[in-house]
Write a protein that binds this ligand. Sequence first.
Ligand code: FAD
Length: 375
Amino acid sequence: MRTSFDAIIIGAGIHGCSLAMHLAVRQLKVAVFEQTYPARHASGVNAGSVHHIPRLTAELPLAELTLKMWHGIKDLLDGYDCGYRQVGHLKIAEADEDIEPMHRIAEGVERHCSIKEVHLDRQSLFRLEPELARNCIAGIFSPECGYAQPARTVHGFRAKAERHGAQFFNSSRITNARRRGRVWEVSTAKDVFEAPIVVNCAGAWGEQVAGWAGDKVTVRPVALMMTVLAPMRPVMSTVIGLTRRMLSIKQFENGTVVIGGGYRGTPEMETGHTTLNYSKLGYNLRAATEVFPVLAQGQVVRSWSGIEGLSPDMLSIIGPSANEEGFWHSFAHSTHGFYLGPAVGRVLAETIVGETPAVSLTPFHIARFMSSGSA
Ligand SMILES: Cc1cc2nc3c(=O)[nH]c(=O)nc-3n(C[C@H](O)[C@H](O)[C@H](O)COP(=O)(O)OP(=O)(O)OC[C@H]3O[C@@H](n4cnc5c(N)ncnc54)[C@H](O)[C@@H]3O)c2cc1C
């Protein structure tokens, strides 16, 4: 006899685990299949920044909800500390001509939602971050943002999902899914499982999984690189980004400094391995020391990269299949998936079980990429 579930989730990153938790607390019998182990890919190796992406207005209602959920994440995860710290996010202008566009973007955020953005002149910028280089001239501070420990967060969701009965199958790659009447048959190399609901949480591998429901979209896999410096005395208090250059820096409570910002290595999708690009890592570290000169005294411990999937318009793909009943998506989170994880899991679970979702997922539906002829 085949093993049956109410919902089968493909992928145990933050999206698979958050959704599993939100469905399991609603009494669904949930199975999560992961080709490696939970948090192995982007969700476990990302920069951990929890801040909204101001230029994506369609994402702001979800951003608003997710920030509220992060503020209460310890309660949501039954007292588990996933390392979330609300230290604020600081976006910095290094040139006069960056100030006006930076302010316009911040005003756009405030027009579309209730997330607060505080404009900082040079003096208040240095009051907040005294070790900044003197070429930094202004900033926008988002006090509701912060950072968390990526792998710990995924395991917090996984553990709560398991406490509510969800089953995790590791080293279990799903090789196909096909619908027979109202039920989906989902196959691994060894077994076939059944459920009326299948959810594609396969991250950068989501394009192939979407194809099993006849949904066509091109997802670009990229290998985003990060570097960590050995523990230093406290040198910064906020999560920092630049308006003009690719850079993101934060210092964790143990003194380590994590540097990223979007420089890319090379992904290998079959093996899940990546190759670093050392000259680009060099630009990344140079930019960091130009903004925080004290980091030149830091010692590099390790650089790594993780595989992320980019959708054609850089918005996540979330919601129902355009073709098949019972097939759902939450993938290609396009560099914002970690901070969105808590809210996307909740809103998708609400939608799947027929509750009124806290936020409309319509702007994220995969159907936006398919003309009526191809869907
Ligand atoms: C270096 C780096 C830094 C980043 N920094 C940030 C940040 O600071 N803030 C932020 O918000 N976002 C950040 N991101 C983006 C964020 O990490 C991702 O958007 C998010 O983790 C995606 O989560 P996911 O669950 O969709 O995908 P993943 O974490 O990739 O999980 C998908 C899982 O599906 C599994 N899978 C795939 N196919 C199958 C199959 N057929 N069968 C079984 N399992 C399968 C994979 O093995 C994988 O474990 C960063 C990403 C990277 C790589």
